[in-house]
Design a binder for this molecule. Sequence first.
Ligand code: PEP
Ligand code: MG
Length: 876
Amino acid sequence: MAAKWVYLFKEGNADMRNLLGGKGSNLAEMTNLGLPIPQGFTVTTEACTDYYNQGKKIAEEVKGQIFEALGKLEAMQGKKFGDNDDPLLVSVRSGARASMPGMMDTILNLGLNDIAVEGFAKKTGNPRFAYDSYRRFIQMFSDVVMEMSKTFFEGILDEIKEAKGVRFDTDLTAEDLKEVIGRFKAVYREKMGEEFPQDPKVQLMEAVKAVFRSWDNPRAIVYRRMNDIPGDWGTAVNVQAMVFGNMGDTSGTGVAFTRNPSTGEEGIYGEYLINAQGEDVVAGIRTPQPITKMKEDLPECYAQFMEIAAKLEDHYRDMQDMEFTIQEGRLFFLQTRSGKRTAPAALKIACDLVDEGKITPETAVLRIDAKSLDQLLHPTFDADALKAGEVIGSALPASPGAAAGKVYFTADDAKAAGEKGERVILVRLETSPEDIEGMQAAKGILTVRGGMTSHAAVVARGMGTCCVSGCGEIKIDEEAKYFELGGHKIAEGDHISLDGSTGKIYYGDIRTKEASIGGDFDRIISWADKFRTLKVRTNADTPADTHNAVKLGAEGIGLCRTEHMFFEPERIPKIRKMILSDSQEAREEALNELVPYQKGDFKAMYEALEGKPMTVRYLDPPLHEFVPTAPEDIGALAQDMGLTAQEVQRKCDELHEFNPMMGHRGCRLAVTYPEIARMQTRAVMEAAIEVKDEKGYDIVPEIMIPLVGEKKELKFVKDIVVEVAEQVKKEKGSDIRYTVGTMIEIPRAALTADEIAGEAEFFSFGTNDLTQMTFGFSRDDAGKFLDAYYKAKIYESDPFARLDQNGVGQLVEMAAKRGREARPDLKLGICGEHGGDPSSVEFCHKMGLDYVSCSPFRVPIARLAAAQAAIHSRED
Ligand code: PEP
Ligand code: MG
């Protein structure tokens, strides 16, 4: 049997969303419910995919089915498409599985031409209306299908209104509109080099193609990347018989929500316009009336509208966003869909629907977009203030939230301004551990270099500070303290605003709103906790981060990056001293100075965790991240070490590596300098034993060796750990248990996971490095070229933000399987940045991991995503 590419509305239903798109399946469902819907048909999403597979051509078979369906529609409506006397007119609209702004919107009145418009005028007895419909069609077709700028047409309309001395379009007469049409067609001919198409069949096929094309326009591609929508879904096309809201004062059109989409409050919320077509409401040419005004104007329609709206909400058990048209006193619904809403509204609506007995807590949990919780945990821009904002550039949305303030170019300046109570935006070429205090003082951080896992991104996420990273378009002069972007020169003290959730950079000071979470949030998250099987831990390196994460529900620490404990100003010189020391003795001496800090932090963290587990990862960073660069830091270190500045500089230069990310880092540090592992083991074990004894928590330290690629490498470091751990236990007279495990972040570790599991009691997937090394591109430099990859449709998303399940995921799966075959009780987790990304969390659930670990502010997102993954896998 030949494939079916086109469905009449009455042939579909709500379960056919993948094939018919959201709009198409809802129109079908409403038809089945017996609601007043202008009839029509849907060209399937598969036809869209086929269009791309055929090299952007619509197959004859598809075309044939479109006209077959059109024939049936003609029969239903009792009108002929292209008829000269009484033409059937249609609207054409896109409709993907998920509603997607950025794609082609709507074309109305398709089917009119120079002759049919006259028949239409006679038939309706309303020439003004007929010519108005035609001029709208020319305008929309030219704009939407042919991508001609709207301004050509708006200019003509304004000129004619002025010449006729009228204010509103509705004041133009039929004769005036004929003049408008003549000039519209002339401009079309001039710009397109051909006449405006008169054959309705050509008009229709061009419109269908335009919808398919719009699936791949740049705005749609960006939207898909931000919302995890796969590029191969395609969009459906809906062709629907026209009804007219612009036929006089008993006609009108409007949009309405069954509940308030900003707050979630109950009660109908919307607006409508008398004597208007759909785009008038959206375009804001005339000011729409609140929907309740319809009660006075058209009471019967209002009553019917309210009844159907309630029925639709009950049927879908969700807040609906509806479009309707009234044609000469008759109400038609043009579409319904689950309405877009703010995060607070989503929570309130879900909780209210549970209380009203319409949905279960399980469904409520599924209804919340996990990523949207960011809106509640971080400041956001005031919506009205944002409208006036000027975007001057965009880069990676490295850490969510909104921030506005004065620009400073050094960490010291940022800190000083912060202490004066200023709102600060720190702008750096890239950040390094030296900048930590400036980062702490800043409301927002903007960097020219660096990807989603760069220093700036990881540290900002940990602190919950907004960060936009990798804005290569910026021309920065850090010395002269200014940068240029989007035609503006921005100097120290000037205001900019950053949106870390979209990556947009705005000119000026845009008002922000503080984050707030309330009872609905807690209810949803506590329901989520009942459904999930994955545990959620956090990546935290300081006692402050730990407190924060525990408040947000972290069930332990999955990654404590011990090098981050040395970022503070009084600590960093000590680790530098260790790094630059030549002899084991000198290193040990420097390390001994670090022990109290490290142990003190571990103790504070164990206390904050109140018995929850903590995985302590041993020193890992490429050492270049720590060496001083500023002359005053070099000078201070020289003094401390009894060297000259030149000698310190020479030592730093000697540490230079061509590729530090693949250089002397991770467990290689402990292999070359075992004293580092010794110091760290002493610090962890002493801290754990002391807190265990003092507080009575059942602490089992988890010691994690990074960047292992070979079993013997792990064994070498583990032997040191065990030796010191046993020694500390003896010294303290403790029988504490501890475990030693490793990160799986080098492809070779995944490939030899069965061997490595012989030595490791747990694996934690370090998917930042694993992604870097599997793709073979640097996590700090990829931002520079990834955009070109999105444009070329080679990658759909940033593999450092969303786990590449197809490639890197195979290594995760393989390592999990081989590891557990060798050691059935092997504990598995993930601590790369993907641990807080909902689609990656779902993958981890499927892989049977025990926990995900993510930055503190993503903990609620991961809890919700883990519940959704568990519910989905039960449904499959
Ligand atoms: C990783 O590589 O995924 C990881 C968590 O370690 P880091 O980001 O510190 O290299
Ligand atoms: Mg790593």
